[in-house]
Design a binder for this molecule. Structure first.
Ligand code: ATP
Ligand code: MG
Length: 718
């Protein structure tokens, strides 16, 4: 069979075959990125059907995304001895889809509530009803509830001793009843309901056990406790549970994923077979070396080093642009060059970023330069999203106070109801078509004095905005939101607040190069228009397009060319994990330290995931300014290179890290140090060096590999 498989294009090495052939009892394949875990899983499902004559209906194959499940099935169709029909009979899907199907089969009729926004609005409404709208962040409350559910608990299990606990519990109970009254189930509920159902209904559980004697799971490192529990329930007592994963790729902790589940597998199942794979078949040697160097600095991990199988001289290319806008232009230049020369197609390339807002500049440039690309957001530009739109609408209003759509969009920031206010404005317009709709806000019925004062103060500001630079205008509007952002008391730092702050900072950054509000709005509208035109082209899934996505989203995927953007401090590692680091003195010893390391280690895993998506070429870009502030190269790279300090005074001195000692060469060229490590080459520039080095731009004098614009000034570096 394995020979036939190989002849059909799917070669497996020894440990992979061993994993595929494992028959009875639990097994774990614990192995690094690109080592063929998913290939093992696919081949195993095929092997069970073709060789062991297992009925495909008896196999449950769990993947992390719906798309991954489809791809696995598609691949299996071409395997020897399989037909479309046989593959079709497999049960595949994500945990949620599988258990939702189970619930439906048992007569559950609820609709799925999958919009975070909608959940937050519901909680906001409840808070308002209780007069607590300023006391809690909906997002925080929802994540508390979620973590309970991920651990098989309900709202009833929440503590209610302290007054705050009582209050939180009451709010969340209201939220649960709200869902019930509208017949909603959210993702967490699906798993929890399924769990309760299976516990209660032994007949159903038995039938699930009989239906699925073989369970296979991909991306096991990101399972959370309830998913684990469900799998265990169904697998018992034969425990034919076959899971594959990489603890270095646990990146969904915020969804309750817990890497100790994978690390404790052998402890939980005493007869478990553990198989490790250590050859990376995906990436070229230099990429694999860099990945190893990055991840080895994590403490909490199962130690493993990947060996490369693909050899190529090419090294990762390192970029240090000044800003994210320059980063975007450089990368697009490279993309265009490689497509025009026929080296790559658009679809061979993916651009990976850390957070939604950190891709703003990239998105803009892709649109402006007409590069076909897909994103996994709703396809809206940055400028049409959430809080950005009303801020821009303030600017639009200042250019044109008659802009009724813009008035409607800013109303929530005045705490005014949209429907009622717009109705009023329209009526007034009928009466007095010459009047300015914006002024009508002051004539709204039943306004309290302080409200009128607030409105007139803001309107006065709005009228001044058009004469300012767009950046100071945005700063001015930001003040409207500061009250909300600064309110603290019972709130903890939350993603919601962080998101708003980040988004507004990014908006400010986007306006920096414009002198007038008019030209800035022109730029924004241009992007929105072009993006709408492009949207039509994006529909086709086989289309030849560049992929722009978050690192989280890229899990399990591979592309010939990867551009990892924003490899700088505060972007990755993200500022929130650094804040945790700064607060470490305030934390209790032991636990506190763990929390801090935890946040940073998760960020490092993200860096590892980003690097290991690349098959042939990897570009890493570390902008030196981010949202107006100078930022150093990501510590994950610096540590990987073994570089700890640069002392500008003595020229540049690069110190070796204590632990790692990668092969390294360095050469001085007129105040520049060209550095070439085993996995990357780049240039240090002395602080006071001002020589132009145009001629050395393209090649590293040491390894002769191509370099793109690396002779950027690195200001201070410790
Ligand atoms: P990740 O951790 O990123 O999910 P993975 O361990 O699941 O990675 P796969 O996606 O299965 O790795 O494999 C990586 C690449 O290597 C794929 O293109 C796959 O087809 C190829 N591959 C896997 N095993 C072999 C092998 N034995 N020989 C040649 N190529 C292989
Ligand atoms: Mg995989």
């Amino acid at each position: 069979y394995f020979r036939a498989l190989e002849a059909a294009g799917t070669y497996l090495n020894r440990p992979q075959i061993e994993a595929v052939r494992h028959l009875e009892g639990p097994a774990l394949v614990l192995a690094g990125a690109g080592s063929g875990k998913t290939r093992v899983l696919t081949s195993r499902a095929a092997y069970l059907i073709s060789v062991q004559k297992v009925n495909p209906k008896n196999i449950l194959l769990v993947t992390f995304t719906k798309k991954a499940a489809e791809e696995i099935k598609e691949r299996m169709i071409s395997f020897p001895g399989l037909s479309r029909q046989l593959v079709y009979d497999l049960t595949t899907g994500t945990f949620h889809s599988i258990f939702y199907r189970l619930l439906k089969s048992q007569g559950f009729h609820q609709k799925v509530l999958n919009s975070d926004k909608q959940k937050q609005i519901a909680v906001k409404m409840i808070l308002k009803r209780r007069g607590l709208q300023d006391a809690y962040e909906p997002e925080t409350l929802l994540s508390i509830l979620s973590s309970f559910k991920n651990n098989m608990k309900t709202v009833e299990d929440m503590p209610s001793i302290r007054p705050v606990e009582k209050e939180v519990k009451a709010i969340l109970k209201d939220y649960e009843s709200w869902k019930q009254s509208y017949d909603y189930l959210d993702f967490d509920d699906m798993l929890l309901e399924a769990y309760f159902l299976l516990r209660k209904n032994t007949k159903l559980l038995t039938s699930m056990k009989q239906r699925f004697p073989f369970i296979l799971c991909d991306e096991w490192q990101d399972t959370n406790p309830i998913q684990y529990e469900l799998m265990k329930m169904i697998a018992k007592p034969s425990n034919h549970l076959f899971v594959v994963g990489d603890d270095d790729q646990t990146i969904f902790s915020f969804n309750g994923a817990d890497s100790s589940i994978i690390l404790n597998f052998a402890r939980d199942f005493l007869n478990a077979k553990t198989i490790t794979l250590d050859v990376n078949y995906r990436s070229t040697a230099n990429i694999v070396t860099l990945a190893n160097q990055v991840i080895k600095h994590n403490q909490k991990r199962h130690e493993k080093t990947l060996k490369a199988n693909k050899h190529a001289d090419q090294k990762p290319v390192y970029l240090r642009p000044d800003t994210t806008d320059e980063e975007a232009s450089l990368i697009i230049e490279q993309v265009i060059k490689d497509v025009e020369s026929g080296k790559w197609k658009y679809k061979d390339m993916a651009i990976l970023h850390r957070t939604a807002t950190s891709s703003r500049a990239m998105f803009d440039q892709l649109v402006l330069k007409d590069i076909p690309f897909v994103t996994f957001t709703r396809g809206e530009t940055f400028y049409e999203q959430g809080i950005v739109k009303p801020v821009l609408d303030y600017l639009r209003l200042s250019m044109n106070p008659q802009n009724v759509a813009a008035i409607s969009s800013i109303l929530p920031s005045f705490y005014l109801s949209r429907d009622k206010t717009m109705q009023f404005i329209e009526t007034q317009e009928l009466i007095n078509p010459e009047g300015q709709p914006l002024n009508q806000l002051l004539n709204l019925p039943r306004l309290k004095d302080f409200q009128r004062k607030q409105i007139s103060k803001r309107l006065a500001i709005v009228r001044r905005l058009h004469s300012m630079t767009p950046m100071s205008a945005i700063k001015e509007i930001r003040k409207f939101y500061d009250k909300y952002l600064e309110a603290d008391d019972r709130k903890t730092i939350t993603i919601d607040k962080e998101m708003i702050t980040e988004t507004l900072a990014e908006l400010e950054a986007s306006s920096k190069k414009f002198d007038t509000v008019k030209s800035y709005l022109q730029f924004v509208d241009d992007i929105i228009d072009k993006n709408n035109q492009m949207a039509r082209r994006k529909k086709d899934s086989d289309a030849d397009v560049v992929t722009l996505m978050t690192i989280h989203r890229s899990k399990g995927l591979e592309y010939p060319v990867i551009y990892w953007i924003g490899a700088s401090e505060t972007i990755l590692p993200h500022s929130s994990s650094l804040e945790a680091d700064q607060r470490k003195d305030l934390l209790l010893p032991g636990e506190g330290r763990q929390k801090v390391d935890f946040a940073l280690e998760e960020e490092r895993r993200l860096a590892y995931v980003a690097i290991t998506r690349a098959q042939q070429e990897l570009f890493i870009s570390s902008p030196s300014m981010y949202r107006g502030k100078p930022v150093a190269i990501s510590r994950f790279l610096m540590k990987a290179y073994g570089t700890t300090t640069v002392r500008p005074k003595q020229g540049v001195q690069v110190q070796q890290g204590r632990k790692s000692k990668p092969q390294r060469d360095a050469k001085m060229v007129k105040g520049l140090v060209w550095e070439c490590t085993s996995s990357v080459c780049f240039v240090w520039k002395r602080k006071d060096a001002n020589e132009k080095t145009e001629d050395q731009r393209k090649k590293c004098p040491l390894c002769k590999s191509d370099m793109v614009l690396t002779e950027r000034e690195i200001k201070t570096y410790t």
